[in-house]
Design a binder for this molecule. Structure first.
Ligand SMILES: [Zn+2]
Ligand SMILES: [Zn+2]
Length: 388
């Protein structure tokens, strides 16, 4: 059993807050209600300073001793455009919008952590409790940084966590180095010359060209990236053509590139375009490529990870701590970790026996609420370790 110092009243409150957020999910940059609830609770707890940043973002500032270090602790608040299929009493009341990633849990955990920390009188440094909008594709973290969340006072380190249904509740993963990938997305249009399906010699077939391009793009990872590094290239959508006997004018593809290393990330767009250009030109076709780097890889700092690990061991015990949990998914906490050392922790939240094991972003996603107090305890102990 995890060692959790929260009282039963606090544990109950944590679950109540989470269910309230779950019932009222809001999409990226539209977290008006969530942000109001957060701001109201922070002032109820006695936070003198709080302000809106990055639209719906909120920050609670807890000043400790002069000259101490400053730690940023972050939760994301946004939900997803998914119609909830869970049959629970706190089911989403906002049709077509759902907390299917666990950010409702993150927000309530950070609120409880803020409440507990202000009750402690001997804080040796400063805490910034950051409630971030738009993690799901909106790069809310980046916008908060642009609006100065890391300044005044200057942030020295950052801590964050994600409820994690890939692990059972009670297990926690803390891994140094890259744990989530850089996310790039692209749209590629192959432009040919349409015509009669029986007279290919008078056309430039973009579908045949697209087939060659897709195959050649697979060599980006297998032939251009070292087998010791990690990358993914996926074409997730392809559209072209209207009839069996017509050669289309163009084919449009959408894809994503995922990488861990910044060096490979920066090489990928150029190499991808070289392949597209070479293959298209060999087939007589032309192309239009829109390539966008969405977010950075999430890279845990070794020292902050060691510190976080000590906190995690205290809470769940050595035997329940895992290392090496990584995914090619993306997380915009990466923007904080690109500026200051920090650690992002995966807190196991699945429970097979309760049917709480659907993956993140599933319309049936839900988690074991026992994970909430474990998360709060880890944050509290991590904070105390950093600010001693
Ligand atoms: Zn998500
Ligand atoms: Zn998430």
């Amino acid at each position: 059993m995890a060692k959790v110092s929260l009282s039963s009243v606090e544990k109950k409150a944590l679950i109540e807050w989470r269910r309230d957020f779950h019932e009222h999910p809001e999409l990226a940059y539209q977290e008006e209600r969530t942000s109001e609830v957060v701001a109201r609770k922070l002032s109820e707890f006695g936070y003198p300073i709080q302000k809106k940043i990055a639209g719906t973002g909120v920050m609670g500032l807890l000043k400790g001793e002069e000259g101490g270090k400053t730690l940023l602790v972050r939760a994301d608040m946004d939900a997803l455009p998914i119609r909830e299929e869970n049959d629970v009493e706190y089911k989403s009341k906002n049709e077509g919008v759902m907390h299917a990633c666990g950010h409702d849990g993150h927000t309530s955990m950070l609120l409880m952590t803020a409440k507990k920390m202000i009750e402690k009188k001997d804080l040796k440094g400063t805490l910034k409790f950051v409630f971030q909008p738009a993690e799901e594709g909106g790069n809310g973290a980046h916008r908060m940084i642009e609006e100065g969340v890391l300044e005044n006072p200057k942030v020295d380190a950052a801590l964050g966590l994600h409820l994690w249904n890939n692990l059972p509740v009670g297990k926690v993963a803390v891994t140094p180095g890259p744990i989530l990938a850089a996310v790039d997305e692209f749209e590629l249009k192959i432009i040919g010359k349409g015509g009669h399906g029986a007279m290919p010699e008078t056309t430039i077939d973009p579908i045949v060209t697209a087939g060659q391009v897709i195959t050649a793009l697979q060599t980006l990872v297998s032939r251009n990236v070292s087998p010791l590094d990690t990358a993914v290239v996926t074409i997730g959508a392809i559209q072209g053509g209207t009839a069996f006997n017509v050669i289309a004018n163009e084919v449009v593809m959408k894809g994503t590139v995922r990488t861990y290393s910044l060096k490979i990330r920066d090489e990928m767009p150029k190499r991808l375009e070289e392949i597209v250009k070479g293959v298209s030109s060999a087939m007589g076709a032309s192309y239009k490529l829109d390539y966008r780097q969405v977010c950075l890889p999430t890279i845990n700092d070794p020292r902050m990870t060691a510190l976080a690990r000590e906190a995690v061991v205290e809470v769940v015990g050595e035997e329940n701590v895992l290392e090496g949990e990584r995914t090619m998914g993306g997380e915009d906490f990466s923007f904080f970790l690109n500026q200051v050392p920090g650690c992002f922790i995966f807190v196991g939240s699945a429970n097979d026996s309760k049917g709480l094991n659907y993956s993140h972003h599933s319309s049936r996603f839900n988690f074991d609420e026992e994970a909430l107090s474990i998360g709060v305890e880890i944050l509290m102990r991590g904070i105390e370790r950093y600010l001693i």
